[in-house]
Design a binder for this molecule. Structure first.
Ligand code: SAH
Length: 459
């Protein structure tokens, strides 16, 4: 993050505004919405601004800026078109550690103004960090259209109950669940439809009936995060990602996807890298049980699909034994993601009538696969975890009868911006891979369908 997002209380406090033109006028109107007392310094002040600041709590000083003007203010806005003056104000502010915004000169600012959606007391701020204010504004207008105007009043309505709920429900998790029920249930709808008395009565009865015990048992969501591109997440994955209190994720889950989980959720990295399991499987399983038993909603986020070479089955076996409620959400597995993004259909009427997924993971320098089956014509073989064993795999396939000119593709970091595709034959690919600096994860596709890449590549 380039900036720390926060909301600053300026009500009844003095803010220095330097400049008396249209831009200063716009800033003054904004400051007044938050109740600031404005000290305006400008040689010339436009009439509208003068009128706006006529109340006694504001001050208009009609002379050039002086460095003492920043004394006793909590915030500064320089809205002049005099670059030298702006520079001086910024320097004075820096010397006294007072936050300063210089309009249209991001390099001089120590804070910037976001675009906002104002449903006070609900406020949504959007910032592009000064990179593209227009993009931030467009996003803001999108948000405007999806947040009903009644949300401001709804926020105040909920705020009115906050203290009582805190007294009645003493656990943090309990309160969180209570509020989720209120907000996701009919209360909000009743309120927004103007039926405030009924909404009131419903919150009252929910509060009386609330049973904290009911929420002492947590649950686990075993969710497939797909192969990398966050747009390939399912709606269900996203919904549960935003609901979970704790997230256990492994290496294949990108930061971008992780950022889509709840901001305040605890995030625990539990591995796994080849030969470097950050946390042994048994420990992961027992941690899931422990967290769920303490009332948490736990997200077990896995790359691709949890049931395809993901050991998802083992993890839920433990949950089932411990009678912990869980759900499994499929994800797009690497084979689907990589083949689509590489323009290599896994089956094709003319070339492959079946597809087989295998793991190339080596044990004692061997990977024990049913080679006789894998060399059958008319099929595509997809190999997960096969980077290290690639030379061995190619050798075995040739040895067991698959033509050495059979096309084979290795897809690095499929569906991500770092996707790379290496294509060769069973004979040539190992050398090609050796000669390149290939980064995990990689997926291997063997079969005639690989030739379609030339025609179908669309990335
Ligand atoms: N459950 C996962 C697979 C986990 S095993 C799934 O369904 O996709 C880990 C292997 O998946 C990696 O070694 C690699 O072979 C493959 N893999 C996962 N994501 C990948 C990606 N973005 N690009 C290429 N291969 C990937």
């Amino acid at each position: 993050m380039d900036y720390l997002p926060l909301f600053y209380k300026v009500e009844g406090r003095q803010v220095l505004l330097v400049g008396g033109g249209q831009i200063a006028l716009r800033k003054a109107k904004f400051l007044l919405r938050a109740g600031a007392n404005i000290k305006l310094v400008a040689i010339e002040v436009c009439t509208e601004l003068e009128k706006l600041l006529s109340a006694s709590e504001h001050k208009i000083i009609s002379r050039p800026y002086e460095s003492d003007d920043i004394n006793s203010v909590i915030l500064i806005i320089a809205a002049t078109n005099d670059l030298k003056l702006n520079q001086q104000i910024a320097e004075n502010a820096a010397n006294k550690n007072i936050p300063v915004n210089v309009v249209d000169q991001p390099a001089l600012c120590t804070y910037i103004f976001p675009s906002i959606v104002d449903r006070s007391p609900l406020l949504i701020a959007v910032s592009s960090g000064g990179n593209s204010p227009v993009l931030a504004r467009l996003l803001r207008s999108r948000l405007e259209t999806i947040i009903p105007s009644g949300y401001g009043a709804l926020t105040s309505f909920l705020g009115g109950y906050r203290a009582r709920v805190k007294i009645k429900i003493d656990s943090f998790t309990g309160r969180m669940r209570f509020w989720e029920r209120v907000i996701n249930g009919p209360v909000a709808e009743l309120f927004l439809a103007g039926k405030t008395t009924q909404a009131d009565a419903m919150v009252e009865s929910m509060l009386v009936e609330f049973d904290a015990e009911e929420f002492s048992q947590g649950e686990v969501y075993l969710v497939g995060a797909g192969p990398g591109d966050p747009d390939l997440l399912t709606f269900k994955a996203l919904r549960l990602m935003q609901q979970a209190d704790v997230v256990l994720f492994d290496r294949l889950v990108s930061q971008e996807i992780l950022n889509m989980t709840r901001q305040d959720a605890d995030k625990i990295h539990v591995g796994k890298q080849r030969q470097n399991h950050a946390m042994p499987q048994e420990e992961i399983s027992s941690l899931l049980v422990k967290l769920a038993n303490s009332g948490k909603r736990v997200l077990r986020l896995k790359g691709g699909d949890p049931f395809i070479f993901g050991r998802g089955g083992e993890e839920i076996e433990e949950l089932a034994l411990s009678k912990i409620p869980f759900q499994v959400v499929p994800g797009i597995t690497a084979a689907s993601g990589c083949s689509s993004y590489a323009g290599i259909p896994l089956t094709h009427r003319d070339y492959a009538q079946s597809v087989t997924f295998v793991t190339g993971h080596m044990k004692n320098n061997q990977c024990d696969l049913d080679w006789g089956n894998l060399v059958q014509e008319g099929q595509t073989v997809v190999i997960y975890m096969g980077l290290i064993s690639l030379p061995f795999i190619c050798e075995q396939l040739i040895k067991h009868g698959r033509a050495s000119k059979t096309p084979i593709a290795l897809i690095q970091q499929g569906t991500t911006p770092n996707q790379k595709i290496y294509i060769g034959t069973l004979r040539t690919l190992p050398e090609i891979i050796k000669a390149n600096n290939v980064q995990a994860p990689t997926l291997i596709i063997v079969g005639e369908v690989v030739d379609l890449h030339d025609k179908l590549a669309w990335q």
